[in-house]
Write a new protein. Structure first.
Length: 121
C-alpha cells in the first residue's frame, strides 16, 4: 500500500486563510439563497390562500349592493344593439321590430330603468 503524504501535510497558512474565507463566503451565499427561497415559497402560499374570496365577503358585497341581478323587459321582437357603461349608469341601444331604435338608461346599482328615448326614422 502506498501512503499519500500530500493529504496529511498541513496547508500553507496563506492557503489556509483563503480556504476559510471561501468557506465563509460559501456559507453566506447559501444562507442568502435559502432565505430567498423561503421568501418565494411564503409569497406563493400567501397568494394561493388570499386569492379565493370567502363566503362572508361575497355575502357582504351583495348586501352593500355591489352585485345586482335584475331582469329588464324589452318590447317583444326587440334586440339589443349596443351597451355602454358610464359611472353608475348603463346605456342600452335597442332595435325594435319596426326598425326604430331606442336608448334606455339603467341604474347599474339598482337595475331600474331611468329613462327611455325613442329614435324614429
Amino acid at each position: 500500500m502506498s501512503n499519500n503524504t500530500e493529504d496529511d501535510e498541513p496547508l500553507d497558512p496563506v492557503l489556509e486563510n483563503i480556504r476559510r474565507k471561501m468557506q465563509r463566503l460559501m456559507l453566506i451565499s447559501f444562507g442568502i439563497m435559502g432565505f430567498g427561497l423561503m421568501a418565494l415559497i411564503a409569497v406563493i402560499v400567501y397568494k394561493l390562500s388570499v386569492s379565493k374570496p370567502q363566503k362572508d365577503e361575497v355575502t357582504a358585497a351583495q348586501n352593500v349592493g355591489i352585485l345586482v341581478q335584475s331582469a329588464i323587459k324589452l318590447p317583444s321582437g326587440a334586440n339589443i344593439v349596443d351597451t355602454q357603461l358610464n359611472d353608475n349608469h348603463i346605456l342600452i341601444t335597442i332595435r325594435q321590430n319596426n326598425g326604430d331604435h331606442a336608448l334606455w338608461t339603467i341604474n347599474a346599482t339598482t337595475g331600474q330603468v331611468i329613462s327611455q328615448i325613442q329614435l324614429n326614422k
